[in-house]
Design a protein around this ligand. Sequence first.
Ligand SMILES: *Cc1c(COP(=O)(O)O)cnc(C)c1O
Length: 628
Amino acid sequence: MAAMYAVYHGPVGLKQIAERIRGMTQVLAEGIQKGDAGDVQGSGLFFDTLTIRVKDREALLKKAEEQGINFRKHSTENTVGITLDETVTEADVNDLLRLFGCNQMASEIAQAMNGPKPLPEAFQRSGKVLQQPVFNTYGSETELLRYMHHLQSKDLSLTHSMIPLGSCTMKLNATSEMLALSKPEFMNLHPFVPKDQAQGYAELISELEKDLSEITGFDAVSLQPNSGAQGEYAGLRVIRAYLDAQGQGHRDVCLIPVSAHGTNPASAAMCGLRVVPVKCDKDGNLDMSDLASKAEKHKDSLAAFMVTYPSTFGVFEPRVKEACEIIHKNGGQVYMDGANMNAQIGLCSPGEIGADVCHLNLHKTFCIPHGGGGPGVGPIGVKAHLQPYLMEHPIVSTGVGEKGVPPVAAAPWGSAGILPISWSYIKMMGANGLTHATKIALLSANYMAKRLAEHYKILYTNEHGMVAHEFILDVRGFKASAGIEAVDIAKRLQDYGFHAPTMSWPVANTLMIEPTESESLAELDRYCDALIAIREEIAEIERDEQPRDSNLLKNSPHTQRDLLVGEWKDRSYSRERAAYPLPWLQEKKFWPSVGRLDDAYGDLNLFCTCDPVAAEEEGERPYGGVGV
Ligand SMILES: *Cc1c(COP(=O)(O)O)cnc(C)c1O
C-alpha cells in the first residue's frame, strides 16, 4: 500500500499533498490565534502538527467529543495536540476553528493570508526525489490498475494452488473472516481513542483473550505483540520480571534445542539471556539426557527453556511433559513456541503440557493472511503467576497494573485492526469445528507423508511411523545420485503450478510440507502427483537418461520466453514435457515469469541497481535513501 501510494502520486502529487496539509495547518493555527480558547505553542515552525495551550482543557475536550473530534492530550498541563493529514476537509478545519472560538471561516482566513508562508531555507528540500520511471508513469487510475494487475500476475498465490510452507503455510483466509476489514467502524479507529469510544473493540478483545486462554490452557492472554518473534521477546521479559520479583533476577541462562526457530535464540539474546543449546537425537526428538544435564549444570542461573511443540521437525515430542518438569525442578520457566498450535487446538494445550508462557501466531494458526509479510499478531498466554507482569501501556492502560512490563508495541493491543479475522474464525468454527480442523490438519499431513513415503524418504516420524501436522522430505541423497538439490525440486514445482515447500529449514537441503486443514483431498493429491512425477524425472537422471547438468530440474522453471525460442536444440527433453508435465496443466497453467537466478551468487556479489554514482556527485540524489 505504501509503495503504491508513492507510485500513484509520484513526486509531484506527494508534494501537492504535503503543501495542502501545510497550508491547512497554517490556516488552522492562524484561526486559533484569532479565537479566544487557546494559544499555539512553539516557534511558529510546523508542518502538520500544532501544540496548543488551552484555558480549560476538560471543557474543550468534552465539547470536541460531542462533535466527534478527539484531541491528543499532552502530558503537559492544559495542552492539546492536533495533527492534520490529507484526509482533512475544509469543513473539518471550520469545525476546529469554531471549537477554538474563532468566528472566521477557513476560506476567509486563507484569503487574508494570501498563500502559505514560505518554509525557512534550512527546511527546504532542494534535491529531487522519486525520479525513477515507476514513480512517474502510473498517474491515472486505469494505468495504476493495469500496473498492479501486471505485478499480481507474476505472483503465485492461494488463488492458484496450495502453499504448503511448514508452520508458515497459508491457511484459508475466509471472505467472511475478512469482511470486517472493509468496515470503517473497525478500520478508522485510532488506538488511543478514549476507551468509551472503543467498546466494541473492548468486547472483541476480551472475548478473544478468553477464547485463546481456553484454547491454550492459560490464565491470561496479552494481544499486544505484533509478531511471533515479538511475542517471544515479550514472554521472556515477562519471565525475567517475574524472576526478578522473586529475588531471582540473576537467572540468565536460556536452554534452546538445536531444532529451534532462529527467532528463539535471537529473542533470548535481546532479553539479555545467555543461550545454551540442547541436542536432539537421531529421530529429531529432544535429547533428554542432554537437557537434564544442562538444566542441572545451570540450576543456579537457569531462567528459561524454549521449546516448540510439536517440534519444528514435525513430530510430537513424546517426553515434552518430562522436559517441563526438569526445567521447573531446576528453577527455570518454560517458554513454549506456539507456532505449531495448528497441531494442538482442541487435542492438547501448552498450559496442560506444563508451559508457563507461550506465544501464538494468529497470522499462522488463526487465519490472518501473511503474504507479503504482515501485519501479524503474536499474543502470549501465561499462567496466573506471570499475569501481573504482562505488558502495560503508558497511554491506554491494558489493565495489567503497576507490575506490568513496558509495552513491546506502539499500540496497547498491537495490530488490533486484524483481530476481527481471528475472532470470526474462532466464533464460526466453534469448539468442535476447531478440534475437527486440527484432526484434519494432522490427517492431511500424514496422508501426504504416506503417499510420498513410497518415493521419498520422510526424515522424522514417531515410533508408529506418524508425523504431526508437517513433515520433512529428505532429498539430500539425490545430490550424489543425480546432482539434484532441494532447490532444483523447489524450482521444478513452479512448472507444475505449485509454490515450493519450506526449503532447507529446519534441516539444510530438505523440504518441509505443512498442508493444513484448508486443502481438499484433490489438491493434496495434485501436489503429491507433482512431487512423484518429479521423483521420476530425477530417476531418469540417475539412470543416465538425462544429463546431470542440463535436465528438466536444473533448467527449471521454464518461462514462456525460455520455451518460445526459434530452435530448441540444446535440450534433451521436449517443450511439452517442460511446460505440461502432467495432463491437468494443459487446462490450468501458471507461467513462471522469471527463470532461474543464481541463488547464493547474488547474495555474495552485491551490485548497485541505482543510478550511477556520478549523478549523486553532481548534487542530484536520485534516491532519498542510500544505495548498496
Ligand atoms: C514463524 C515462527 C516464529 C516467528 O514468528 P513470526 O510471527 O514470523 O515472528 C517462531 N517460531 C516458529 C517455530 C515459527 O514457525
